[in-house]
Design a protein around this ligand. Structure first.
Ligand SMILES: [Zn+2]
Length: 306
């Protein structure tokens, strides 16, 4: 499948496609795109409103990314999206300086991991972060790989321990696995030593199971105090991203009064299934992507900006 292989180092996200039947269909669509120059019209999937001819347009990257774009168009159609997700710009050459969101600092914040809800950037990008780990839907992994949508996971051991392999598969697809404590407690109710056990304990689990010690930590419920950030730092954590919006299987919640997405916003969702929120992970992804794409946003990789 030469046409969909992507050597573009700007996007480390890996594509993991299904069996030969799907590959054949994609090849045909990709070729059609190369001939027509605009696969969106032929696909029946509407282009995003506000999509500008710019450095983000596939033409700017030559023929191979154009083929990759065609694959994305085909994937958008296959997964029933209203629009083709926009391609994010290359990661920033100079990383933004991350500071705590105003009002989210702790006393003596200096040197402690910042708690923030938005990454400072002018690019129209948002970041998808997925918490806990209860639902383990194989179709979700396939959907995100085929659509090439990056996301970042925050795992709690008590929910993932019955199937570490699921998240190993996720990691092999380019997703970074991060710390969301061992048992998901309300951290401000615990002593410093207890908080440190929850955070460092999860660092150990992730390092042991997945070979990497996270630098991102998200406190359960977004609740923390100074001891939380001190403990996190002692465990090797550098950043404590929380979120500015939350997406569910059928709606959005907003932190801001005007209920608008902003450039660099971090969006929270959860590994949840139909029993929890009346939809699948795939429904949640559609709810998420259809809105961000319609508003002209691409989904970027949080780690690329930190
Ligand atoms: Zn959680």
């Amino acid at each position: 499948m030469r046409v969909i292989v992507q050597n573009d180092k700007r996007r480390a996200f890996r594509v993991n496609l299904a069996g030969p039947g799907v590959r054949g269909g994609l090849a045909a669509l990709a070729v059609a795109a190369l001939v027509s120059g605009c696969a969106q019209d032929a696909s029946g999937v509407r282009p995003a409103s506000g999509q500008q001819p710019s450095a983000h347009a596939p033409d700017a990257y030559g023929s191979e990314p154009r083929a990759a774009h065609a694959a994305r168009v085909a994937a958008a159609r296959r997964w029933n999206l209203e629009r083709v997700p926009l391609t994010p710009p290359p990661p920033p050459a100079k990383k933004p300086v991350i500071t705590p969101r105003e009002g989210f600092e702790v006393t003596g914040q200096e040197g402690l991991p910042p708690v923030f809800t938005t990454v400072p950037t002018k690019e129209k990008v948002v970041f998808l972060t997925i918490d806990d780990g209860a639902e383990k839907d194989p179709e979700f992994l396939r959907m995100m790989s085929e659509l090439r949508i990056p996301y970042t996971a925050f795992l709690s051991d008590y929910l993932v321990r019955d199937d570490y392999g699921y998240f190993e598969d996720m990691q092999s697809r380019g997703v970074t696995l991060n710390n969301h404590t061992l048992n998901h407690p309300y951290l401000p109710g615990l002593s410093y030593a207890e908080q440190k056990r929850e955070i460092c304990g999860m660092q150990d689990v992730i390092e042991e199971r997945y070979g990497k010690r996270p630098v991102l930590f998200r406190p359960p419920y977004g609740n923390y105090n100074r001891d939380t950030l001190r403990a996190a730092k002692a465990c090797g954590i550098r950043y404590a991203p929380i979120w500015n919006e939350e997406v569910f299987a059928d709606h959005w919640d907003y932190r801001e009064w005007d209920r608008r997405i902003r450039p660099g916003d971090i969006v929270l969702t959860h590994f949840r299934g139909p029993g929890d929120w009346g939809g699948t992970m795939r429904d949640m992804v559609r709810e998420f992507l259809d809105k961000v794409t319609a508003e002209g946003y691409a989904v970027a990789r949080l780690e690329d900006y930190l």
